[in-house]
Write a protein of this length. Structure first.
Length: 202
């Protein structure tokens, strides 16, 4: 695997705080940069779960929760086309577009082991929490005839203990993210299922 370390911890210009791409601009970038429909769906799911958490659990106003959505939707934007520079390319693009540095740093924080950026702010912590787990839960739903209908937390917990299922998902990353955020699987899994079941197509 390529060295994806970003070798910096500051992103964007503080004077750009509050500069947030519109929904149309965000989706245009997503569609232009990410040809893979499954990856686009993952990114939309993470964005939707991020925004829902910000509104429901953090009780943030819509304007702030929207930033969480943008970070989630764009967090893997460069993964398909630029795998050897994953995260660096989308960060450079968002800096060029003068996007709010909180959004950019959140994207940079979604894999501390890979990018070398420690998540601190709540948005940074939660994108780390939701990224791997969102994809894992969707994989579990896809193998069921009923998909998300009737999908229970205990089923996800069982699959997490089955190393051969979605083997590419690093369970240690999930555990680390939850520990950092002070949360547990029993809280996060049902929330993801509830929100994500509404986002199953791009």
């Amino acid at each position: 695997m390529a060295n994806l370390q970003l070798n910096r911890t500051e992103f964007g210009d503080p004077s750009n705080a509050g500069n947030v791409p519109t929904e149309a601009e965000t989706l245009a970038l997503l569609n232009e940069w990410v040809p893979n429909e499954r990856l686009r769906l993952h990114m939309l799911q993470v964005g939707t779960v991020m925004k829902a958490w910000a509104l429901e659990k953090e009780e943030l106003p819509e304007k702030e929760a929207y930033k969480w959505w943008v970070a989630g939707v764009l967090h893997d934007a460069d993964w398909e086309k630029f795998p050897d520079r994953h995260c660096a390319v989308i960060i450079e693009e968002l800096e060029k577009r003068q996007v709010d540095p909180a959004i950019i740093r959140s994207i940079a924080s979604h894999g501390p082991k890979y990018f070398g950026v420690e998540p601190h702010a709540k948005m940074e912590l939660m994108i780390y929490v939701f990224d791997e787990l969102s994809g894992f839960i969707h994989a579990a739903a896809l193998i069921r005839p009923e998909r998300y209908n009737g999908l229970e937390t205990k089923s996800i917990l069982k699959k997490l203990k089955t190393a051969s299922f979605a083997a590419q998902v690093d369970r240690a990353d999930i555990e680390d993210a939850l520990t950092r955020a002070g949360l547990d699987l029993e809280t996060i899994i049902p929330f993801v299922i509830k929100v994500q079941r509404e986002v199953t197509t791009v």
